[in-house]
Design a protein. Structure first.
Lengths: 490, 444
């Protein structure tokens, strides 16, 4: 390659403004009228053929939401959101309900193919892509378009379907658990979600079952000006185990799109849930224009004794991230874990962290958070660890490290550590630093470019968290980290 | 902050507003110029915002609307009996020059104001204000931008205190001890304020102590402003042993210049509820600031230590170490925030808060914060909370040391790690002795 061409390519590749998943799928869709009022809520509920209790629940939430004020405590700043300027429901137009994957609009299938999420079980089963034996629930704008491997999962007794389907088919289970971890008026965005959530995934693992494969949901926002409000509910019955993955992308658009999800996890006695997220919503362009506003409420309830919930997240996308996956350690001997990598570049703003609420006896939690700020971004870790009076022998270990790349970005740490019982042992440490000149020199001297050197060092910095991800995800995440940081050096 | 206007005023707030109103006439007449302006602003701010409460982030764990149930009247003017009792009760540090404040008022009779070292001037705040001496110009200049209700009350109401000046280059080895004693048998409120201006390359040691009559729920609102000029070295020790019923609120503001050394140590064992708000600002490069403290509380005491350290310039170093021992149902709060501004490259900041929970229902709330806008920095914080290490206890017991004594030794070692930073031998020994006294009193 001639040197000039090489330079041109290099210059192009290190532009921040390059988001691999920024394409738009050209597909007709059905939308609710723009704006939000009671009729929107009724429209969504009617589209889903929901039972009356569900509609009433939504309406109740909507009324409460109208009295609530947008929270302002997070370290993020953005122009006031006009909640009337969004579409609250958008579904790809489908003449008849698809019976099998073959009937799904090929455009959608192609979209997921492009994103690297094969929805065709056949290929996977034939061993064309042996590594991807992962059951996927694909959510396109407001609706779930396909769920793979359903039959095989059913054999094990596992229910894995869209939440709309679950509300119709497994109404008892949904009614028992929905809203039991994140109450209706928990916070502004969770309440909004309760009123207008359109789809999401539902997982139920019966007693003593170890889910035979990884479950996964892939969220894609396609439509212009839409808000995506998905709701995920995962229940691991006594002694069950499940590992769940979540991925998200959106097209490159100039406007800011809204995403407000609620995820509820319930782990009963001896159950374990592992929830991994790779969040790569469109972060906006290099001038901070566009991007997703990501306001997410994720909470797990270790309801039974000896239960365990583990959150792992890799946050690289979104213009604004407002997300605190939490664990309520209610059962005795229950365990909560939070592993996080949050990378911000360009004009991204991240305010993320976790809450560990120790209620039961002998509960333990572990928090490893790695924040990397580059460009002109702001990256905040906000966490809370609380041991209540009766949470004897509660244990927590927290480690949050921040890495700053460039002098225009900010890294902040805001932990709240509250021990209300003497037998609690809490340890917290946090550091902030930059990549040391020695490390850089060492890499450069061995012939790495500065881009490669930074990627290598950063991968080392986040290694503790990457190890927690399922293998396929870890590889993907590692690539994502290098891509996210492109343009941050030099 | 308009929302707060809708909250009904508490009884204490109404009483304070009435007090502010009553004082405003006299103030406006007596104090023209800068100080009058400051007081007016403080009164207006308090009228608009009231007492800080738990919805105000910095006061999340110390809700003054709940803690300050009623506002005590101002203390009556001093008489000879009170002065004599104050003289008798106040702690002395061997070798230190003592200035005595009784019930928030300067006791000239029992203050050692004669024969000050060359380069040292000590002027009562009231005279300084009346005379408009130069140093008063600096009053209130270190106040934080965000509203602090306790400081606003102090600014509006403090008439007693000192303005201390150390001339450039003066090397004063004899510590200056400002002792505060409360002697009345009925609750009263005191508002005191000191300004210390340490000139370039000077060296000085300031010791402050607070004590009072047991069983009386008096209220202390104290403020201290420190200016440490380029190359100066200041050691500061603060001992708060107010009665177990008293309320103690303190604001400490400090600004350090180029190549300064500033060390501060706080021992807290007194007051039913106490709060120290410390605002530190680095104004010159290559400064070193060390803030340490030991808090030992029991019963239903509540002790809050809140720091805001502003690394506004490059190449500065800060070290914080705070140890909290909580017996019975006591509650400790530590909030420490290190801010590193965009140009404050090469900042090195380390903050550590460790709490020892002795009582089953004791509570520790830690909130160490980092806010960093520069990339070439080394900053870290740590926070721990836990009970006495069972292994260490066992080790000592296995060597024939009775359980209580072993516990005492471990606690002593725990707070000792912070106390050992007090450089002056006499002072350090005195602080260790006071910590030991607390342990003994607890063991009985």
């Amino acid at each position: 390659m001639p040197a000039v061409q090489e330079t041109v390519d290099l210059a192009r590749s290190i532009d921040v403004d390059q988001y691999k998943y920024g394409f738009v799928t050209d597909i007709e869709s059905e939308k609710a009228p723009k704006g939000l009022d009671e009729s929107t809520v009724r429209y969504i509920s009617a589209q889903k053929n929901e039972p009356d209790w569900m509609l009433q629940w939504r309406l109740d939430a909507f009324r409460r939401w109208q009295t609530m004020e947008e929270p302002t405590w997070a370290r993020v700043s953005y122009p006031k959101i006009d909640f009337q300027d969004y579409y609250y429901y958008a579904a790809p137009k489908q003449k008849v309900a698809p019976k099998s994957l073959d009937e799904i609009d090929p455009e959608i299938l192609a979209t997921y193919e492009k994103l690297g999420i094969p929805l065709r079980e056949r290929e996977a089963l034939l061993g064309i892509q042996p590594s991807s034996r992962v059951a996927v629930d694909a959510v396109f704008d407001s609706v779930s378009v396909a769920t793979t491997f359903k039959a095989e999962l059913a054999k094990a007794g596992v229910i894995f379907c869209s939440i709309s389907e679950a509300i119709r088919e497994h109404s008892d289970l949904v009614r028992q658990y929905l809203g039991s971890v994140v109450p209706v008026s928990d916070n502004f965005y969770a309440t909004l979600n309760t009123a207008v959530f359109s789809d999401g995934s539902f997982v139920y693992i019966p007693k003593g079952v170890r889910c035979p494969m990884e479950l996964s949901t892939y969220f894609r926002i396609n439509e212009r000006n839409t808000g995506q409000f998905e709701r995920t509910l995962i229940i691991a019955d006594e002694g069950a185990y499940v590992s769940y993955l979540e991925g998200c992308t959106a097209p490159q658009r100039d406007e800011n799109q809204l995403h407000a999800a609620v995820v509820e996890l319930v782990a009963l006695k001896d159950a374990e849930i592992k929830y991994s997220t790779v969040q790569n919503w469109y972060p906006g362009d290099k001038d901070g224009k566009g991007g997703i506003y990501n306001f997410v409420t994720k909470r797990g309830d270790c309801r039974g004794d000896n239960s365990k919930i583990s959150w792992t997240q890799v946050e690289t996308g979104s213009a604004i991230t407002w997300k605190y996956p939490s664990c309520i350690l209610r059962g005795d001997n229950s365990q909560g874990e939070f592993y996080s990598i949050a990378i911000s570049n360009g004009y991204q703003q991240v305010d993320s962290g976790t809450k560990m609420i120790h209620l039961g006896k002998n509960t333990s939690s572990r928090i490893i958070s790695k924040g990397i700020a580059a460009g002109r971004s702001e990256n905040t870790y906000r966490g809370q660890v609380t041991a209540h009076r009766r949470a004897t022998n509660a244990r927590n270990f927290t480690n949050c490290d921040s890495l700053l790349i460039g002098d225009k970005c900010g890294a902040h740490t805001v932990p709240y550590i509250e021990a209300k019982t003497a037998s609690a042992v809490f340890e917290h440490e946090a550091t902030t630093s930059k990549i040391s000149e020695d490390q850089m020199f060492y890499c450069l001297q061995r012939g790495l470019s500065s881009e490669e050197a930074v990627a290598l060092i950063v991968n080392g910095f986040v290694k503790d968290v990457l190890q927690q991800l399922p293998m396929e995800f870890a590889v993907e995440a590692q690539k994502l980290i290098s891509v996210s940081l492109e343009g941050s050096v030099g | 902050m308009n929302v707060q206007n809708q909250i009904p005023r508490t009884g204490a707030e109404q009483a304070l507003l009435a007090l502010l109103d009553q004082r405003s006439g006299a103030d406006d007449a007596a104090l023209a110029g800068r100080m009058g302006e400051l007081r007016r602003a403080a009164r207006d701010a308090f009228a608009a915002n009231g007492l800080p409460h738990r919805r105000v982030e910095e006061w999340k764990y110390t809700d003054l609307r709940a803690i300050l149930r009623s506002s005590a009247p101002l203390a009556a003017p001093l008489d000879a009996a009170a002065e004599a009792e104050g003289q008798f009760r106040a702690v002395t540090f061997p070798g230190a020059r003592r200035i005595l404040f009784v019930n928030g008022q300067l006791s000239r009779a029992h203050s050692d104001l004669a024969g000050l070292e060359p380069g040292l001037t000590v002027v009562p705040l009231a005279s300084a204000l009346a005379g408009g001496q130069g140093a008063v110009e600096k009053l209130g200049t270190l106040a934080p931008q965000r509203y602090d209700g306790v400081l606003a009350l102090n600014t509006a109401l403090a008439e007693e205190g000192l303005v201390i000046r150390v001339e450039a280059g003066a090397q004063i080895t004899r510590p200056l001890h400002v002792a505060h004693v409360f002697t009345l048998d009925a609750p009263a409120a005191t508002f005191t304020r000191r300004l210390l201006d340490v000139g370039a390359d000077a060296r000085f040691t300031l010791v402050e102590s607070f004590q009072g009559r047991d069983g009386v729920a008096y209220q202390v609102n104290d403020a201290l402003e420190l200016f440490v000029a380029d190359g100066a070295h200041l050691d500061h020790v603060r001992i708060q042993e107010d009665s177990a019923e008293a309320l103690h609120f303190a604001s400490l503001m400090a600004e350090t210049g180029h190549k300064t050394q500033f060390h501060s140590f706080a021992l807290t064992t007194g007051a039913l509820a106490s709060r120290v708000s410390l605002y530190g600002r680095f104004a010159g490069t290559h400064a070193h600031v060390g803030l340490r403290g030991a808090t030992l509380v029991k019963g239903r005491q509540h002790a809050d230590m809140t720091l805001l350290l502003d690394h506004a310039v490059a190449h500065c170093e800060s070290r914080e170490l705070f140890k909290t021992v909580l017996a019975d149902e006591a509650r400790g709060v530590f909030q420490g925030k290190i801010v590193v501004r965009p140009d404050a490259q090469k900042t090195d900041g380390r903050m550590m808060s460790r709490a020892l929970l002795l009582g089953e229902t004791a509570e520790m709330d830690n909130k160490p914060e980092l806010e960093i806008f520069a990339d070439d920095v080394q900053c870290g914080h740590g926070a721990t909370a836990g009970e006495l290490d069972a292994d260490l206890l066992f080790y000592l017991k296995a060597r024939g040391i009775p359980a209580k004594e072993a516990e005492g030794l471990l606690i002593q070692a725990f707070v000792g790690e912070a106390i050992e930073f007090v450089e002056e031998d006499g002072l350090r020994e005195a602080i260790i002795a006071r910590a030991e006294a607390w342990l003994k009193a607890r063991a009985i």
